[in-house]
Design a protein around this ligand. Structure first.
Ligand code: OFO
Length: 169
């Protein structure tokens, strides 16, 4: 049976993953109406991946004898200054998620819940990969900023990343 403290910390992370999914869905929608079709596809896919992160946690909590509970969430922003601003916000958000996952790992470890610590390894690895993907995209923005049609090419590249297995994971 999972300890209450660990269950509560996991439930908080379920909310964060659900909120991540909503944030990226709202960003995808903004990109779509602004004509950034590649970025929209990339972010719709990323939103789906966050939902998968949420579902994986829900199933884990329930499987361990706890009860995964969904909480009310704030509405995400729906307007952005620019495409660059969208991706800057994503990296900031992912850095916040990384620190939340690290704190969650500490709770499980301190409670001597080594099964949950082991389960969370997947999320720790996932955060390393996500931060690296988004840092890479921001590097491309820096390069594209000086080129004519740079944003158009970047949007095309995001479209092809959306089509690759594991892109934006
Ligand atoms: Fe962005 O990885 Fe889950 O939250």
């Amino acid at each position: 049976m999972i300890k209450k403290k660990v269950e509560e910390a996991l439930n908080d992370q379920i909310s964060r993953e659900e909120q991540s999914s909503r944030i990226y869905m709202a960003m995808a929608s903004w990109c779509e109406v602004k004509g950034f079709q590649g970025a929209a596809q990339f972010l719709y896919k990323h939103s789906d991946e966050e939902r998968m992160h949420m579902t994986k946690l829900i199933k884990y909590v329930n499987d361990k004898g706890g009860h995964a509970v969904l909480k009310p969430l704030e509405g995400p922003d729906s307007k952005f200054e620019s495409l660059l601003n969208v991706f800057e916000q994503i990296l900031k958000h992912e850095e916040y998620i990384t620190s939340a996952i690290n704190s969650l790992y500490e709770v499980a470890f301190d409670e001597k819940d080594y099964t949950t610590s082991q389960f969370l390894q997947w999320y720790i690895q996932e955060q390393i990969e996500e931060e690296s993907v988004f840092k890479g995209i921001l590097d491309k923005f820096r390069l594209a900023g000086n080129e004519k049609g740079g944003l158009f090419h970047l949007d095309k590249e995001l479209e092809s990343m959306a089509g690759m297995a594991g892109a934006g994971a």
